[in-house]
Ligand binder design. Structure first.
Ligand code: PEP
Ligand code: MN
Length: 357
């Protein structure tokens, strides 16, 4: 249920209503609006009737049901877009994911060696990426495939961060690894195969690190948002969604990048959404087209695989861009970013610099 306070209700009245909500066994989630406060009552829906009685309490304008099954991810409690701020190790704010920017996260599928990650980090930074991606714990379809370097991979990502200042985005597969991964990562990626790993989602709700939640390959948009709700309800508001392609009958591409998801997600939630044209296509030469399409469709950014030697990559080489190709793609994305009113990565066009004085 939602309790809408009267415009001008006092702080005492608000506190009284919160205390009553909590006494009924609910968690009160207060949204401070320009004119009035709105309180979301989170908990077992069987107690709706008790909450209705708040209608007659001083300071309350009305009590109404939350219609969406994803109460915190939905737009009823929060209409304004969430902007997720990424903090690099130094504690300085380095980038914001949300309206007005097209955030670019680039790097290899897996961390493989110091040389590989350093070369990639330098190149993607030079081309204007905001953050470095790289898997140290890999969820592979085959148990015989490379499973990632583990903590040694995290240490290499840290080395790259020390030199370039780029925040690190890396995948968490098992919640037992949370402490060790959170020590190095700036964004915790939940892969498609783990979108419905509820124990993992709840554990991620206990941190405040941004979580990049990828859509499961057979998940509906509603299921994606219900998964995001687990993280939000457990206390972490910093959730970024990602469309990475879904399974369809089509075999010409690895997955079908569902660009419909961008406006459909936008219509249902205030959370930012990225596209992943690498897993969305599986073929490096298609990545440019789908990056451009994602930007034009309204995505808040992209996560893209870049490898200095794709032919030698231990995972996902076929969909990885060489650094030069990535840099050329960034050049091609610039006019589109300008046309849709977003800043591309860390690049600022002369037009944008002029407007900002
Ligand atoms: C990845 O980003 O390398 C990855 C494994 O992605 P997904 O979970 O979308 O398959
Ligand atoms: Mn990959």
């Amino acid at each position: 249920m939602i309790v809408v306070m009267k415009a001008g209700a006092s702080k005492e009245q608000l506190e009284d209503v919160i205390a009553r909500i909590e006494a009924f066994g609910y968690r009160a989630h207060v949204m401070h609006g320009v004119e009035r406060e709105v309180i979301g009552c989170l908990g077992d829906e069987r107690g709706k009737a008790e909450l209705q009685t708040l209608q007659s309490v001083k300071g309350v304008e009305k009590v109404m049901p939350i219609l969406s099954p994803y109460k915190l991810a939905g737009k009823q409690l929060q209409a304004d877009p969430t902007v997720v701020t990424l903090l690099a190790g130094s504690g300085e704010s380095t980038m914001k994911v949300g309206p007005g920017s097209f955030t670019v996260i680039a790097g290899p599928c897996s961390v493989e060696s110091e040389e590989q990650i350093m070369e990639t980090a330098r190149a993607v930074k030079e081309a204007g990426a905001n953050a470095l991606r790289g898997g140290a714990f890999k969820p592979r379809s085959s148990t015989y495939s490379f499973q990632g370097m583990g903590e040694d991979g995290l240490k290499l990502l840290d080395l790259a961060k020390q030199e370039t200042g780029l925040p690190i985005v890396t995948e968490i597969v098992d919640y037992h690894d949370l402490d060790i991964i959170a020590k190095y990562a700036d964004v915790l990626q939940v892969g498609a195969r783990n979108m419905q790993n509820y124990a993992l989602l709840k554990a991620l709700g206990s941190t405040t690190k941004p979580v990049l939640l990828k859509r499961g390959m057979s998940a509906t948009i509603e299921e994606l948002l219900l998964s995001a709700e687990y993280i939000l309800a457990a206390g972490n508001p910093n959730v970024i969604l990602c469309e990475r392609g879904i399974r369809t009958y089509e075999t010409a591409t690895r997955n079908t990048l569902d660009l419909n998801a961008i406006p459909a997600v936008r219509a249902r939630t205030h959370l930012p959404i990225l596209v992943d044209p690498s897993h969305g296509t599986g073929i490096w030469s298609y990545v440019g087209s789908m990056s451009k399409a994602g930007l034009a469709a309204g995505a808040d950014g992209m996560i893209v695989e870049v490898h200095p030697k794709p032919a030698e990559a231990l995972s996902d080489g076929a969909q990885s861009l060489k650094p030069k190709v990535f840099s050329a793609l960034m050049d091609e994305l610039e006019p589109i970013a300008l046309a849709v009113g977003r800043t591309l990565g860390t690049r600022q066009t002369s037009w944008q610099l002029e407007r900002r004085g």
